[in-house]
Design a protein around this ligand. Sequence first.
Ligand code: PLP
Length: 372
Amino acid sequence: MIYLDYQATTPVAPEVARAMEPWLEGRFANPHSPSRWGHEAAAAVEVARKQVEKSLGLKGGNIAFTGSATEALNWALKGTVEKAPKGRDRIITVATEHAAVLDTCEWLAERGVDLTILPVQADGRLDLDLLARELDERVLLVSIMMVNNEIGVRQPLTAISEMVHKVGAIMLSDAVQAFGRVELCNGPDLVAVSAHKIHGPKGIGALWMRKGSEPAPLIHGGGQEQGLRSGTLSPMLCVGFGAAAKLADERCTRDYDHVQKLWSAAVKELGEGWVINGSVEHRYPGNLNIRREGVDAARLIADLRDLAFSLGSACASGSGRPSHVLRAIGLDYREARSSIRLGFGRYTKQHELVEACTRIAAHAVAQEKLDA
Ligand code: PLP
């Protein structure tokens, strides 16, 4: 199996697995209990918290652990609406956001929030003049992701945050695909991340909150996480997240250079006839989303079962619907259906990626001949 689905999830780093292991069985104490064992578990959680915060590199706030980035995004959106000052009832987001943002915003719109979903340009980038025209004193929050999970396109979040702050609104960013891969943009007040996208365990995420921008709690109970997110923390998952974040911090440049080389090798090997979906310039290079006239991407995936790659996104692949992101950048139904996403990273070997591209290209040509 050649694994090329790094946007869906990443392999757990061996260092992470080793760090987590003692906390699964022997060191099982509740980190919120007053025993010595409890204190030890709590100390491990705090070390992990600092590792994640250091790796994020954001100033003026701290994180609360959550069960996933989906939870962090739900909390950021719903909890901010819960605390909204009178007269601020608008949320602005973008058509290419993850379902964790879009579906939550739609849910809020059904309950009275005035929702604006902005289109993107053909390269997947937001037109900042369009955003400027939408911003006013009624805007409570703007939610825009840093790196898109389907097409890898990066948005200029530092500039966007400045615009949002000028009207006194809160800037939320889904940094799930950016964290550990590119330097995070300073500016957003709330930032959601997930461990399993940075070679950590599944089942843990975090919301970074600038001081003063904390959303109201959604989950009530024991008052953990500064009273903002109740529920017993898992020291094993926190330690794994911390170890993954530390590793990402140490290896950031090396991993990025590796991914850049992989991108060039893949593009060269695929050869003529493929179009890259989304901006090439403003992009994380570990995401190669491509299409080819006449290709049936679903058939390609079914024929090449020992290669793990995906249609536009893991979610869209499951539903059978063409990806909303590809539709938002102007692809018609047929173009979206002929698109695949190759995602690679730290542990991808160049020769494996090249082999996969050779086979994908050959199968696409064979499909063309068969259908001619
Ligand atoms: N946002 C983006 C951009 C993602 O790629 C994902 C995961 O697919 C999520 C949010 C949700 O993250 P989690 O799996 O931690 O809920």
